[in-house]
Design a protein around this ligand. Structure first.
Ligand code: CUA
Length: 367
């Protein structure tokens, strides 16, 4: 309407061409700013140390994926941001332009093809690359060791199958530097998630099924083992340690683990009486080891999910110790919460095993 194009004073509004000439200069300026900002963004993204130390061959490959993602995605982000900010500044409304309208635009086929094709090519390329890396890091390695990882509220048990049948059970994860392992992950109760951030690999422990992943540790050291799935009151405490050690240290550790598994005395045909200390450090195969959550000097455990038993059970009698196992919420140690220790140890342990555990703990804590 002709009336809309006139101001109250009757003057005709200027068209944008009249206010400022169009030019290629704006686009060139924008590209230069975008290129500089992208370079700075990429440099910053690569300089910042985002992750904990990488301690597996898989970790190195995965960290490279992240670096590539930074190099590709930062320019896209910067470009979009620069175009938006530059347009807001450059094409802002100026005095006298209140009623001016921009030139009519009816689409631009070439631009639309370009801004569809570039993201599509980027996504397909990144997906292909990520798929290749995933296939590589999941590849079976010759001579890999099987380790069963069993999650239970609120500790992991690591089981090393042995040629002679009786597996080594430990609540510490020991791995040999440079030796490929495959973890088979299970859960005895709810969903947990087995994660060693330094290895960069992670998988859910789901009741009823077995999941797995492979890792080749390549850096000596101790690294946190974390549960990465909210699994109950003790979830945040479900942390243990992965020890990556030399071949000699690994062999020595494995040898030491085999010792307590031997029955103390030959008890004839039936089967040896349960040994309280072994139950404490290794569990019975159905239950998590006490030592996965508790510190006890005599057993050489140092976990802190539950109370320190050298303190908490010091001088206590067998009845108190038994109650603490069977009905853990009856008496709560100061600083700890009810509901964290499973209440079904009485079902997981046989009466003989429970007796053995109680009398071992009574002895070990000077009751
Ligand atoms: Cu187990 Cu969170």
């Amino acid at each position: 309407m002709a009336e809309e194009e006139t101001t109250r004073e009757g003057a005709r509004a200027k068209t944008p061409e009249e206010v400022r000439p169009r030019g290629q200069a704006s686009i060139a300026q924008m590209l230069i700013i975008g290129a500089i900002a992208s370079a700075l963004g990429i440099a910053l993204g690569l300089i910042i140390d985002w992750f904990p130390p990488a301690a597996s061959t898989q970790a190195n490959r995965i960290d490279t994926v992240y670096d590539v993602l930074i190099v590709v995605s930062v320019p896209v982000f910067v470009l979009v941001t620069v175009v938006v900010l530059f347009s807001v500044w450059k094409f802002r409304q100026r005095p006298g332009e209140e009623l001016a309208d921009g030139p009519p635009i009816h689409g631009n086929t070439r631009l639309e093809v370009v801004w569809t094709a570039i993201p599509a090519i980027l996504l397909v390329a990144l997906c292909t690359y990520a798929y290749v890396v995933l296939t590589d890091i999941e590849e079976a390695k010759a001579g890999e060791t099987r380790i069963n990882v069993i999650g239970q509220q609120f500790a992991w048990t690591f089981e090393y199958p042995q040629a002679d049948g009786k597996p080594i059970r430990s609540n510490q994860l020991y791995l040999e530097e440079g030796h490929p392992v495959r973890f088979f992950v299970k859960s005895r109760d709810v969903i947990h998630d087995f994660w060693v951030p330094a290895f960069r690999m992670k998988i859910d422990a789901v009741p009823g099924i077995e999941t797995s992943y492979r890792v080749t540790p390549n850096r000596l050291g101790r690294y946190p083992v974390v549960c990465a799935e909210l699994c109950g009151l003790g979830h945040a405490l479900m942390r243990q340690t992965a020890h990556v050690v030399s071949s000699e240290d690994y062999a020595a550790w494995a040898e030491k683990q085999r010792q307590p598994a031997e029955p103390a005395a030959g008890g004839g045909g039936g089967g040896a009486a349960p040994d309280g200390k072994t139950l404490f450090t290794q569990g019975n195969g159905q239950s998590t080891a006490c030592g996965a959550c508790h510190t006890l000097a005599d057993a050489g455990t140092s976990a802190s999910t539950g109370p320190d038993l050298d303190q908490g059970l010091k001088g206590r009698d067998a009845a108190f110790i038994r109650q603490s196992i069977v009905d853990p919420d009856a008496v709560i140690t100061q600083g700890y919460n009810a509901g964290i220790m499973p209440k079904d140890f009485a079902q997981q342990l046989s009466p003989e095993e429970l007796d053995a555990l109680v009398s071992y703990l009574e002895k070990a804590t000077g009751g």
